[in-house]
Design a protein around this ligand. Sequence first.
Ligand code: KG4
Ligand code: ZN
Length: 347
Amino acid sequence: MTGKPLTILGIETSCDETAASVVRGCAPGPGEILSNIVFSQTEAHAPYGGVVPEIASRAHLEILDGVIEQALAEANITLAALDGIAATAGPGLVGGVMVGLTTAKALALASGKPLIAVNHLMGHALTARLTHGVDYPFLLLLVSGGHCQLLGVGGTDDFRLYGSTIDDAVGEAFDKTAKILGLPYPGGPEVEQAAKAGNAKAYALPRPLVTGHNARKSADFSFSGLKTALRQLVENEAVSIPDASASFQAAVIDILTDRTAIAMQRFRTDFPDGNTLVVAGGVAANQAIGAALGRLCAAEGFVLRVPPPRLCTDNAAMIAWAGVERMASGAGDALDISPRARWPLSN
Ligand code: KG4
Ligand code: ZN
């Protein structure tokens, strides 16, 4: 590690997790997670089969103060001893983002500490530096409920987009599939669990953009055709849930590995010395996807880095860490910064 270690409080409220964490470290990592409190609102949203924005912002408002107090207490640290306060400023559900960002502004103002507004996607992207001290550059496969992208990452302000989804995000495809199959929300872990007992060849499902007449030699993703095929299957016959889950997951794996292989070629052109693939976002918690990407990396001469599942899904340690990196590179934000519903990592 180089430079002086920074101790940062991170706050995350962009979706349905209310989270606060204290992290200490310096680039390139690894960092030390002094506390990592995640309060999941899953139960509040489960009856609706997805996140309800109004319920989410109200819940953030009710519990965030307590979650922050707990994060500071567990880290055994006071506000005065922090180097800065980082909060997700987008992208995400703007009502929730506003709750976290406003709280961070109030804390920054009261304590006289700098505010660092963090892009949620950068939080996911840099987690492998927090956990493994991964050096730049690396190829990033970002797979979450709201995002599905392949990016070359050369530094905190160097993100090159190689591919993104033209319709659903992969986590969304898992959640919709679970709904079609009658499995509970959130669907990713449920589908993965059901797939373990299933036959992946039981049903022939499409691999949009990868095979067939409109196959594309790009790194873009498409999942809506897969979801539609599954819905039609369920409407037409009595399907086995394990077999349908396994067949769906196999299709997702084929799509992800095919697109990642294409992005690896582009990454090699941009960064001839780079050979690390980082997988981030909630779907990175999926062991079958991780194993398939491991095989791809072995074949292509890449090293695979996947943060542990509790740091793949939404959390505030990743926001605190992004705060560490941004503050170390001189960044700080004015207290009048606004939340952003949309905020791409690259243009
Ligand atoms: O990163 P994340 O916690 O929230 C967003 O920023 O979107 O990702 C949540 C998504 C959900 O769609 C969830 O179903 C999916 O990640 N997910 C999984 C698994 N665990 C979570 N998908 C597949 N397999 C899993 N084991
Ligand atoms: Zn996320």
